[in-house]
Design a binder for this molecule. Structure first.
Ligand code: CFM
Length: 686
C-alpha cells in the first residue's frame, strides 16, 4: 500500500491520493501522487495564491520596475520584501512597492480612476524609472476593472514608459503555480521580441527560473562571465525589464526552476527555435554538470573546465569537512516543489545525508515524477501537506533537520527540531560551488547547535533557581544569572563535545585537490566475457527481438546458423539488462526526459539518445541547428557518465551500443510517456 492515509487524515480520506511512500522496485508508472489540484476542504494547506506566484516569485524580482498592485493594501504588503532577492543597484525592488489602496467606495463604484491616479503618481515619484508592472487582485478582478485600457492611456499620456499588465487574481488557480504560468505566457505574448539587446559575445544565453535568492544569481553570473558567455536575460534574478524583452536573441535557454519558468523556455523553443537545457544549479556535482553542458553547447569545454577546476580547488575541502559531519543525518525537504528534486540527490551524493520525507506545496505531477525517480525507497512524498501531517511524518521519520520556510519552520522549532530556511535560505547564496558549502554550513550549524537541546530544559526547575529578584520586574539577580550562564555553558560544552571543532587548516584551500573531467578518466576495460565473443555473429538476430540492431549488419541475417539463434537470444537479454541499467541512471540524473508535454519528452529522448549513440560509436555528430546543439550538450554529458559508470560499454561493438540505446529509448518512453500517470502530458496549452 504505497499510497498512505495518515492517522490525522482519517476524516479527509481523499488525502491518501497525495501521500506516497516508495517501495523497492516501484516506479512512477505504478504510483504517482495526485498534485496541482484543489486543496481538499478540511486540509490546512500552506499554499499561496495565484497572484502571489506572479508578483512575489517572478515579477517583483526585477530591479528597475515599479510594481503596482491594484487592490487593497494588504496584497501589496504581503508580497513585498518577504523574500530575499537582492540586486546590484541598491535593492530598489526590496525598498519600494506601490498599491492603489482600494477601499469600499472603489469596490462599489469601480477602481479604474483610482488606478490611473496611482500609476501617474508612481511614475512622478521616480522620474528615472520608466517601466512598470500592474497586477490585478481578487477584488479588482471581481468587480471587473478593465486594466488594459487604463494602461494604454497612461502609456500614451507619458509617452516614454512601458507597462506590463498581469491579470492573475488570487483565485485564478489552485496555488501560486497558476501565477507563474500566467506571468510566463503574458510576458511571452506581450513583451518578448519588442527590444533588441546589445550582443557582446558569440555565446549568448538566457538563464531561466532563478530569482537571486540571497545572491544565487550573482554566483551564476560570475561563472558565465569567466566563460565569456553573455547572459541576455536572467528570468528574473537581478533582471531588468528590457533585458527580458530581448530574450528572443539568446542561442540557449538554461533552465533551472522548470516549475515556475519552464513555460517561457518552451515557448521560446517553439517560436524562436531556442533550445532548452535543464540544469540543477544547487549541489557540487550538479554545478560541474551544468557548466559542462553550457561548455559543450558552445564548444568551449576548456573554459568550463577552467572554472570548475578553480572552484573545486577553492571549495572541495570545505565541503568534505561538512560531509564528514553530515553523513547519515536525516533530513526533510518541505518547499514549493522543484527544490525537492534539485536537492535530494545533491544532499545524498555531496554530503551523504539521507532525505527521509519531502513535501511539495504546489508542484505538479511532473515534479513528483522527477523527485520519485531520484528519491530513495522508504522516503515519504507528500503533495500539499497540512500541519497535522507534518507533525505525524516527523514522528514517523525522526529527522535531524528540516529544510522548509519560516512558517512551518516555527512549527518544527516548537518540537525542538532544527530547521534551515529552504526558501529564502539562512545565509546564502546556496547555488554553485560556494553555495553548496554555505548550505552545508547552515545545516551543520543547525544540527550541531546546542540551542534546540537546551530549549527543552526547564533550568529553573532543575536548579531550583528563583526566576526574579523579588522586585517583580522579572530581572534575574547577578548571582542567579551567573548560575544560569554557567549552566548553559556546561550544556553547550556537552552538546558540542561530540563534534570536533573545525580545524583551521581543514577549511583552507587545498590546491593539490585536482578535479578531473569525466571524459578524461578512462575506466578500466571490463569485458562481459561469455557474450563478447559471440557478439559479431549474433548481432543480426537481435533485430527481431529488440528493434535495435545497427542497420549495416542486417544483410547478413539470412546466413546465420541455427545455434547462433540461441546465442542471439542471450545477446538480446544481455542488451535488455544493460539497457535497464542505463535507463535507471537516466531516470535518476537527466531532466530532459521530464519536460511538460508528451511530444517534448519523446523529442528529447530521441534527440539526446541519438546523439549519445553517435558520440559513443565515434560517428560524426551533425550539429546544424541550435536544437541539435542542445541535444548534443545533454548527450555529451550523458555519454561521459555512461563511459565512467558502465565498463561493459567500452568493450561493446558499436552495433551493440546502438542496440542498448535503442532499447533505452523504448524503456524511457514507456515510463515517462506511454505508461506515465501524469495527467498533464497531453494538455495542448502550457
Ligand atoms: Fe521555483 Fe523558486 Fe521553487 Fe518557486 Fe517558491 Fe522559491 Fe520554492 Mo519558496 S520559483 S518553484 S514559487 S525554485 S518561492 S525561489 S523557494 S516555494 S521550491
Amino acid at each position: 500500500m504505497p499510497m498512505k492515509l495518515f492517522k490525522c487524515d482519517e476524516t479527509i480520506p481523499e488525502r491518501e491520493k497525495h501521500i506516497y511512500i516508495k517501495e523497492k522496485g516501484e516506479d512512477t508508472t505504478q504510483f504517482l501522487p495526485s498534485a496541482h489540484v484543489e486543496t481538499i476542504p478540511g486540509s490546512l494547506s500552506e499554499r499561496g495564491c495565484s497572484y502571489c506566484g506572479a508578483k512575489l516569485v517572478i515579477g517583483g524580482v526585477l530591479k528597475d520596475t515599479i510594481q503596482l498592485i491594484h487592490g487593497p493594501v494588504g496584497c501589496a504588503y504581503d508580497t513585498w520584501h518577504t523574500k530575499r532577492y537582492p540586486s546590484d543597484n541598491g535593492n530598489f525592488q526590496l525598498k519600494y512597492v506601490w498599491s492603489s489602496d482600494m477601499k469600499e467606495q472603489h469596490v462599489v463604484f469601480g477602481g479604474e480612476k483610482l488606478l490611473k491616479k496611482a500609476m501617474l503618481e508612481a511614475f512622478a515619484e521616480f522620474p528615472d524609472i520608466k517601466r512598470m508592472m500592474v497586477y490585478t487582485t481578487c477584488s479588482t478582478a471581481l468587480i471587473g476593472d478593465d486594466i488594459k485600457p487604463v494602461v494604454k492611456e497612461v502609456e500614451k499620456e507619458l509617452g516614454d514608459v512601458d507597462i506590463f499588465t498581469v491579470e492573475c487574481p488570487g483565485f485564478a488557480g489552485v496555488s501560486q503555480s497558476k501565477g507563474h504560468h500566467v506571468f510566463n505566457m503574458g510576458w511571452m505574448t506581450d513583451k518578448v521580441g519588442t527590444y533588441e539587446p546589445e550582443i557582446t559575445s558569440p555565446y549568448t544565453i538566457n538563464v531561466i527560473g532563478d530569482y537571486n535568492i540571497q545572491g544565487d544569481t550573482f554566483v551564476l553570473e560570475r561563472y558565465m562571465e569567466k566563460m565569456g558567455v553573455q547572459i541576455i536575460a536572467h528570468f528574473t534574478g537581478n533582471g531588468t525589464y528590457d533585458s527580458l524583452r530581448g530574450m528572443h536573441r539568446a542561442q540557449l535557454n538554461v533552465t533551472n526552476c522548470a516549475r515556475s519558468a519552464g513555460y517561457i523556455a518552451n515557448e521560446l523553443k517553439k517560436k524562436y527555435g531556442i533550445p532548452r537545457i535543464d540544469v540543477d544549479t544547487w549541489g557540487f556535482d550538479y554545478a560541474k554538470e551544468g557548466l559542462r553542458k553550457i561548455g559543450a553547447f558552445f564548444g568551449i569545454e576548456d573554459r568550463a573546465e577552467a572554472v570548475i577546476a578553480e572552484e573545486v580547488a577553492k571549495y572541495e575541502s570545505k565541503l568534505a569537512w561538512y560531509k564528514e559531519r553530515l553523513t547519515g543525518k536525516k533530513v526533510c525537504i518541505w518547499t514549493g516543489g522543484p527544490r525537492l528534486w534539485h536537492w535530494t540527490k545533491a544532499l545524498e551524493d555531496d554530503l551523504g545525508m539521507k532525505v527521509v520525507a519531502m513535501s511539495s506545496k504546489f508542484g505538479h505531477q511532473e515534479d513528483f515524477e522527477k523527485v520519485i525517480a531520484r528519491g530513495e525507497e522508504g522516503t515519504v512524498y507528500i503533495d500539499d501537506g497540512n500541519e497535522l501531517e507534518f507533525f505525524e511524518v516527523l514522528e514517523m521519520v525522526k529527522p535531524d533537520l528540516v529544510l522548509t520556510g519560516p512558517r512551518v519552520g516555527a512549527l518544527v522549532k516548537k518540537l525542538h527540531l532544527p530547521y534551515v530556511n529552504g526558501h529564502g535560505y539562512h545565509n546564502g547564496p546556496y547555488m554553485g560551488f560556494e553555495g553548496a558549502v554555505n548550505m552545508a554550513r547552515d545545516m551543520y550549524n543547525a544540527i550541531y547547535s546546542p540551542l534546540m537541546k537546551l530549549a527543552k530544559d526547564d533550568i529553573r526547575g532543575e536548579q531550583n533557581l528563583p526566576s526574579t529578584n523579588g522586585n517583580g520586574n522579572g530581572k534575574a539577580t547577578k548571582e542567579v544569572s551567573e548560575q544560569v550562564v554557567s549552566l548553559v555553558q556546561q550544556q553547550v560544552k556537552e552538546a558540542t563535545s561530540q563534534v570536533k571543532q573545525p580545524a583551521k587548516e581543514a577549511v583552507q584551500v587545498q590546491p593539490q585537490a585536482k578535479e578531473v573531467a569525466p571524459q578524461v578518466q578512462k575506466p578500466a576495460k571490463e569485458v562481459a566475457p561469455q557474450v563478447q565473443p559471440q557478439a559479431k555473429a549474433a548481432a543480426p538476430q537481435v533485430q527481431p527481438q529488440t528493434k535495435a540492431t545497427a542497420p549495416q549488419v542486417q544483410p547478413q541475417a539470412k546466413e546465420v546458423a541455427p545455434q547462433v539463434q540461441v546465442q542471439a537470444k542471450e545477446i538480446a537479454s544481455y542488451i535488455q539488462e544493460r539497457a535497464a541499467e542505463v535507463t535507471k541512471l537516466i531516470q535518476e540524473r537527466c531532466l530532459w526526459q521530464f519536460h511538460s508535454r508528451a511530444w517534448d519528452r519523446e523529442e528529447n529522448i530521441n534527440g539526446v539518445l541519438n546523439k549519445t549513440a553517435q558520440i559513443l560509436t565515434g560517428e560524426k555528430v551533425v550539429l546544424e541547428t541550435l536544437i541539435d546543439r542542445g541535444f548534443y550538450a545533454d548527450a555529451k554529458i550523458l555519454a561521459a557518465d555512461l563511459e565512467i559508470r558502465f565498463a561493459w560499454l567500452n568493450s561493446m561493438e558499436n552495433s551493440q551500443k546502438k542496440a542498448v540505446l535503442e532499447a533505452v529509448k523504448g524503456m524511457l518512453i514507456d515510463i515517462v510517456v506511454t505508461k506515465s500517470k501524469n495527467g498533464e502530458l497531453h494538455y495542448s496549452l502550457y
